[in-house]
Design a protein around this ligand. Structure first.
Ligand code: AMP
Ligand code: MN
Ligand code: MN
Length: 327
């Protein structure tokens, strides 16, 4: 981790980024770093591989970002937050891969040995990348951050722990939450901004998911999917899939939940589990990754929704067998 800190101290023009379809943790970590590095007098820019979920747009007021459109600004060091594979940056990752420029990762996902990054600021035990960003700010000697940075860290922590209800919400997570509140974070305001500003069409997206729901493995797997044409037909929206996943995790017998949706022609899978199934292993076999209780896959171009649903069905059943949960 020392190397990553030294690189940040030494370089002046720093570019921050994160994974495709940036979520609260990704944007939260980026925002904390943005303010911390500015406090150290660095020139900082944020570029995202594509548009993030609209619910996090409010963060842009204090952390301006641009969306990648084919070229990168001049920089000395790239810091990628909340993922550790360049493929998670889409077309932007391909461009980065061609450049011989320093790149650092700040992340909490499992990482391969031959990762190819210049340095890592990495801890899989961290509940959110946003907490690692706070730690990085501390270690860089940043004495104080603006309220917007604490709010962003709070968004990161709360969205990745499901408002502190998932199993990754450990003592450090609760302590961090307390620290952020003591710095003035208005929790009700943040809850409202993240979870209570949806468009009227949003619940109709959930309806489409529930229209296509099946239970497998004696009710321990809940699998559902959202065909794009049906979504358009009902006028629904499904930007963030966590509402559906949480709903189905609420079923007592359900251990694992899968939701497939179509986005820009690609099929995206979200996987969650409650206590036992390591969904990261299941996702990895399908070409994705994540954590033990939350993972995802973006299927390759040309894989239809029907085909992906079948791959996921088989993948989950195999996961149950391989992990000794089919008894
Ligand atoms: P999501 O279902 O998109 O909220 O993702 C759940 C978790 O899996 C997050 O920690 C993501 O970073 C991770 N994840 C999602 N999609 C992928 C992917 N294609 N490859 C690797 N990890 C992923
Ligand atoms: Mn993320
Ligand atoms: Mn995260």
């Amino acid at each position: 981790m020392q190397d990553a800190l030294q690189l940040l101290q030494m370089q002046q023009r720093i570019l921050l980024s994160g994974h495709l379809r940036a979520d609260g943790d990704c944007l939260g970590a980026i925002s904390v770093l943005y303010h911390a590095l500015q406090a150290l007098g660095k020139e900082v820019q944020v570029i995202l591989p594509n548009a993030p979920d609209g619910r996090y747009g409010f963060l842009q007021e204090h952390t301006p970002w641009t969306i990648f459109s084919g070229s990168l600004p001049n920089y000395e060091l790239l810091v990628v937050c909340d993922c550790n594979q360049l493929s998670r940056l889409g077309a932007m990752g391909e461009l980065v891969a061609q450049k011989d420029v320093l790149r650092v990762v700040l992340d909490h996902h499992p990482i391969a040995k031959d990762h190819g990054w210049t340095a890592l600021f990495h801890d899989v035990s961290a509940a959110a990348s946003g907490l690692l960003a706070l730690k990085m700010a501390d270690l860089l000697g940043v004495k104080s951050l603006p309220l917007a940075a604490y709010e962003a860290a709070f968004v990161a922590l709360m969205t990745d722990t499901g408002w502190l209800k998932y199993s990754n919400a450990d003592a450090a997570a609760w302590q961090a939450a307390a620290r952020l509140v003591s710095h003035g974070v208005n929790t009700e305001r943040i809850y409202d901004l993240v979870y209570q500003q949806a468009e009227p069409e949003r619940p109709l997206g959930i309806r489409v998911a529930l229209e296509n729901l099946e239970y497998l493995a004696d009710g321990r797997i809940a699998l559902c999917w959202v065909p794009q044409d049906r979504l358009q037909e009902v006028g629904g929206r499904l930007e963030d899939t966590d509402e559906v996943l949480d709903l189905l995790r609420g079923v007592a017998r359900v251990e694992a939940v899968a939701l497939l949706s179509e986005r820009s022609g690609l099929v995206k899978l979200s996987l969650r589990s409650k206590h036992h199934l390591d969904v990261n292993l299941v996702a990895a076999q399908l070409g994705g990754g994540g954590h033990a209780r939350a993972a995802g896959v973006t299927f390759e171009e040309g894989v239809s929704l029907t085909k992906a649903v079948e791959l996921v069905r088989q993948g989950l059943l195999k996961g149950f067998r391989e992990q000794g949960l089919d008894a």
